[in-house]
Design a protein around this ligand. Structure first.
Ligand code: UDP
Length: 330
């Protein structure tokens, strides 16, 4: 079976491409415009098509040319802060880009779609752990674009043959265990890579955004999930659809919350390095606690996390950062 992976040269996409390769029966074809993705992350043995999801005609051509059975869709803009200052970019790339993909899939008769959604669709939850039927009230533009895409997919699924799974990720982190691919965003805004860059001396200090949250140590709690566990979930979701299973939205988290301070302390322990930590005001729009219930994906898809201890997440990311202190840049 041939699987088109849009955004397959990005962080989660590139790990999913590796995982697809290991299945032997699901063959990945990467579709990426390389605006934020890295060509170096695509293995030589995988076909890379450089193209834009806005180009419906080209997409349709690729879907039929490669006899695609299903699409895993990562291609998107994904920086929360930027989404607030440049919403046009986010509605265009995420909502309109996905609409173009959906039209191309519908016209080419490709029915199975696994979509990269986010816990940001929930906004500030009233309680935790968060279940899939909790209210979806995103507090930022990024989350709103992902929620609108989920609505579009639902409408396409009702009207046409199409089926979809939306995977609502909590905090993706970690890297392939061999240290050859990993997280490389520009600019980097995520906690774990920023701490590791500090441990390496590439950055001077790590700032804790907010120490007055209603949590045990006053810093935010997040649910960190290893990118390899995320990658496996995409494969299970695609197999589920290919076998005629019912689609819908699924949370993807480890169901455990760690505070910013706990992650910093764990990083000091794993790397054996000490570094400067400062305290700053809260970052706008950060909920105090985001922890998933992943009961649905365990029950329906048989998924379970295998690499998501904070120890393994940080150790694998550290290996990647040590081998690539400046990311994929030469
Ligand atoms: N955070 C922090 N300092 C940083 C970056 C992030 O204290 O330099 C905090 C942020 O406020 C949040 C947590 O770390 O509580 C995780 O943030 P990240 O951006 O990694 O993921 P998010 O939860 O926003 O998707």
């Amino acid at each position: 079976m041939n699987i088109l992976v849009t955004g397959g040269a990005g962080y989660i996409g590139s790990h999913t491409v590796r995982a697809l390769q290991q299945t032997k029966d699901l063959i990945p074809i990467v579709f990426d415009n390389l605006s934020t993705g890295h060509e170096e992350s695509v293995p030589d043995s995988v076909q890379l098509v450089t193209g834009d999801i806005h180009d419906v005609f080209f997409l349709k051509h690729i879907l039929s040319e490669y006899e695609i059975d299903g699409v895993i869709h990562f291609a998107a803009s994904s920086l929360v802060g930027e989404s607030m200052t440049d919403p046009a970019k986010y509605y265009y790339n995420n909502v309109e880009g996905t609409l173009h993909l959906l039209i191309a899939m519908h016209e080419a008769g490709v029915d199975n779609l696994v979509f990269s959604s986010t816990a940001a669709v929930y906004g500030e939850p009233e309680k935790t752990p968060i279940e899939e039927d909790f209210p979806t009230v995103p507090t930022n533009v990024y989350g709103r674009t992902k929620l609108q895409i989920e609505t579009m997919m639902k409408d396409f699924a009702m009207a046409y043959e199409m089926k979809y799974v939306a995977l609502r990720y909590f905090n993706a982190a970690g890297a392939d265990l061999d240290g050859t691919i990993g997280e490389d965003h520009s600019p980097e805004t995520h906690l774990i890579p920023l701490i590791l860059k500090t441990a390496q001396g590439v950055r001077d200090h790590i700032s804790i955004f907010g120490t007055d949250y209603p949590t045990a140590d006053g810093t935010c709690l997040r649910d960190y999930i290893h990118v390899l566990d995320l990658a496996q979930a995409h494969i299970l979701a695609m197999r589920h659809l290919l076998q005629g299973g019912e689609g819908g939205a699924f949370n993807l988290g480890s169901e455990k919350g760690f505070s910013v301070r706990e992650i910093i302390d764990k990083t000091k322990e794993v790397t054996g390095r000490d570094f400067r930590v400062t305290e700053e005001a809260r970052r706008a729009g950060d909920p105090a606690v985001l922890i998933a219930s992943s009961e649905k994906i365990r029950r329906v898809l048989g998924w379970q996390p295998e690499h998501s201890s904070t120890e393994e997440i940080i150790a694998s990311a550290w290996k990647w950062h040590q081998a690539h202190p400046y990311g994929y840049a030469k």
